[in-house]
Design a protein around this ligand. Structure first.
Ligand SMILES: CC(C)(COP(=O)(O)OP(=O)(O)OC[C@H]1O[C@@H](n2cnc3c(N)ncnc32)[C@H](O)[C@@H]1OP(=O)(O)O)[C@@H](O)C(=O)NCCC(=O)NCCS
Length: 313
């Protein structure tokens, strides 16, 4: 078996997307795996955001595997990793992990997180062999969007001029750095803007930045047209943090209503106790559980009082 693994180039993206779609569709038992994720896409935006962390595996010259790493400054998120179902069980995922982990080592991230399927001992074994350790469950939560949702007053990045946009990006950097030193979501925010994958909203309190949420929605986004996905959201966890977090959830729902998305998806890691409970109280219900694995074994920013939304899928 002549497997070669090389960096993903733009010409690979469509085939990597197809492999990822059918791999997950097959894993989840979707009758037609090519329809998995609807008009959403998992590879194109991530390749745009961080081409250095994207790899393709080729078997005798034909792409059979795709692997991505998201660069969030001092933090990396690994995934999705996908192998063409016709080639499962040949050791291809293990081979793909080697350059991906080399990339992580070269970049010296504080930690790398990933979301995987706790019911699959094979998935867990794969990642354990590369230094990842199981932590807590992340619930992928959904909520039907209320058509009447009132706007609680947020700023959308799509409404900002160039100077305002750069300023808001810097403000998000400061907020994220307060959660974990060096955490930087700017690649994700710019990608949403540049590819038209949704919008980012900013909350202010007494005029000062207090929280933000990067929201995917529409064809080509990680969410699809069927829902709005909060890829990452956070508020400051000071005295008024819980009220702010409720406002962030309400703002995301208002944005979903404004865009015509029928439901909203948002991830709640169970180590983030306060945020998890506040999401339940706001009417979010878990539709899928995944387990978080970390390299090195540590909580990262998943602390009891971290008012954060993400699922790392
Ligand atoms: C998960 C996934 C990436 C694994 O890909 P894969 O190439 O089949 O994985 P591997 O072949 O490397 O490993 C699978 C098994 O084959 C074994 N194996 C390794 N080398 C082998 C070889 N040369 N020949 C045969 N089997 C081999 C592995 O030891 C492993 O066994 P285990 O399950 O008992 O631990 C693939 O199933 C997939 O795309 N699934 C859908 C998407 C998904 O779930 N992605 C991961 C999300 S976190």
């Amino acid at each position: 078996m002549a497997l070669t693994i090389r960096p993903m180039v733009p010409a690979d993206v469509a085939e990597a997307e197809r492999i990822t779609r059918i791999a997950f569709g097959t894993f989840f038992g979707v009758p037609d795996p090519t329809k998995f994720r609807g008009d959403g896409e998992a590879v194109s935006g991530r390749h745009h955001a961080n081409p250095h962390g994207a790899f393709v595996g080729e078997l005798d010259g034909r792409p059979v595997a795709s692997g991505m790493v998201m660069d969030w400054g001092s933090v990396a998120v690994l995934g999705p990793l996908a192998v063409d179902p016709g080639h499962w069980g040949k050791g291809i995922a293990h081979r793909m992990m080697t350059p991906m982990v080399d990339y992580l080592d070269q970049r010296d991230f504080d930690f790398t997180g990933l979301f995987t399927h706790p019911q699959s001992s094979s998935h867990i074994r794969l990642y354990e062999q590369f230094g990842f350790w199981m932590r807590r469950i992340t619930g992928v939560m959904m909520k039907p969007v209320q058509a009447s949702t009132a706007s609680p007053g947020y700023t959308l990045f799509s409404d900002l001029d160039d100077a305002g946009y750069e300023n808001a990006l810097a403000e998000c950097g400061t907020l994220a750095g307060g959660l974990h030193p060096g955490l930087d979501l700017s690649r994700e925010i710019r990608t949403v803007t540049e590819l038209g994958l949704g919008d980012t909203l900013m909350l202010r309190r007494d005029g000062a930045p207090a929280g933000f949420a990067i929201c995917h929605h529409g064809a080509g986004s990680e969410a699809s047209s069927a829902r709005l996905l909060v890829k990452f959201g956070m508020v400051k966890n000071d005295e008024g943090g819980n009220a702010l977090f409720k406002s962030l959830l309400a703002s995301c729902e208002a944005l979903a209503a404004r865009r015509g998305a029928p439901e909203i998806a948002a991830g709640a890691n169970s180590e983030r106790t306060a945020a998890y409970r506040l999401m339940q109280e706001a009417g979010f219900r878990t539709t899928m559980n995944g387990v978080i694995m970390m390299r090195a074994d540590q909580p990262g920013y998943n602390r009891a009082n971290s008012l954060v939304i993400d699922d790392w899928r």
